[in-house]
Design a protein around this ligand. Structure first.
Ligand code: COI
Length: 355
């Protein structure tokens, strides 16, 4: 891409001096820390508008110890991916949906938010600037992490006086260490991911730290992750730590309805559309853990996990195995979604944005 298309810091290194191959083992990408060359930052005062967004070299950020985000958790994260097509062009997947979700989250956490156009433009600029870090076709993607945070100082609990929108990126492969192997989930009964009236329906940063304990405990016992139940009846499916859950029985696919405690995943929504387009009946409703234990198939969806088959679910002392492999519906959904995201399957819905 032309350097002129980038809005860069005037004193930063020119784009041409990083326009070379990177030393990455593309065959062994996990979901790890791999900082890239550039990041994007845009700021806004409490009553103001976001403006003057800027690409800079990737660097640590400076925050007041009083910053709202580190004291009171006034922060949101997003996640999306850029894939490299066979012809070398780069594809974003439904970035407007991340922008809209961030706006809903910002409203919930009393933060101003970039417009959809500003958000999408920032993502494009970040990807173009970090183009050499986008893996070759078939090797993974560039994971893009937009953040919105109360960066200004406060002491009494109140919305911060200044906000920072930041976008950084890292090349990634499979999310789970086990690669694309089916997941072994443990049904968590002590802890809950979200409660009615809380922030489960937005991508608040605080939704994630609170899940570390349950996930860590399950992982130390050999499970891939936990499946959360609702906090009232303790018997209805919510979601897995950072993915939505689907069950398949016969030719009906079901997933918990987004009722305020469930994150409205963009992959979730896309899979619902793809499945319906392919003639499946898809229900968004309340699903009990007993119903899941009688399903033919279970799978998870998310930006990071894409579509991950679940090989087993352990609920109390009961471990049930589910259909996985090439015959599984989750495999068909995975291939179709990834095909659209990578430009291999025609994007009839206009979901991808080529840059
Ligand atoms: C996602 O991007 O899919 C996420 O939910 C973020 C995750 C890695 C914690």
């Amino acid at each position: 891409p032309a350097a002129s298309s980038l809005q860069q810091e005037s004193d930063s290194t020119t784009y041409s001096d990083v326009d070379e191959r990177v030393d990455v083992d593309w065959d062994n990408l996990g979901f790890g820390l791999m900082p890239t060359d550039y990041m994007y930052t845009m700021k806004c005062a409490k009553e103001g508008n976001f403006e003057h967004g800027l690409l800079t070299r990737y660097q640590n950020i400076e925050l007041s110890p009083f910053a709202g985000v580190i004291n009171y958790g006034q922060g949101l994260l997003e996640g999306t991916k850029a894939y490299r097509k066979e012809n070398g062009n780069l594809l974003l997947f439904r970035p407007d949906q991340n922008a809209i979700r961030m706006k809903i989250g910002a409203e919930r956490l009393c933060m101003p938010c970039p417009s959809v156009d500003q958000f999408v433009d920032a993502l494009k600029q970040t990807v173009i600037a970090n183009e050499r870090w986008v893996p070759p076709p078939g090797k993974g993607s560039l994971y893009i992490r937009p953040l919105l945070m109360g960066s200004g100082p406060v002491l009494g609990l109140a919305p911060a006086p200044e906000y920072t929108f930041l976008v950084y990126a890292a090349p990634v492969g499979n999310y789970f260490k086990s690669g694309i192997a089916p997941l072994d989930l443990y049904v968590e009964e002590e802890y809950h991911r979200a409660t009615s009236g809380g922030t489960g329906f937005v991508k608040a940063i605080s939704n994630y730290a609170q899940g570390l304990k349950a996930s860590g405990r399950a992982k130390s016992r050999g499970f891939s992750d936990v499946l959360y139940l609702d906090s009232v009846e303790k018997k209805y499916l919510e979601e897995v730590t950072c993915s939505n859950i689907f069950i398949v029985k016969g030719d009906v696919i079901s997933t918990p309805a987004t009722n305020g405690t469930i994150l409205p995943g963009i992959t979730r929504k896309s899979i619902i559309d793809i499945a319906r387009h392919n003639g499946y009946k898809v229900e968004e409703r309340v699903i009990s853990i007993d119903e899941l234990m009688n399903a033919d198939e279970v799978f998870c969806t998310g930006t990071a996990v894409v579509v991950a088959p679940v090989g087993s679910v352990t609920y109390q002392t009961n471990r049930i195995e589910f259909r996985t492999g090439l015959q599984a519906l989750s495999h068909q959904m995975y291939s179709t979604l990834l095909g659209i995201q990578t430009g291999v399957i025609e994007d009839v819905k206009g979901w991808t944005v080529e840059i």
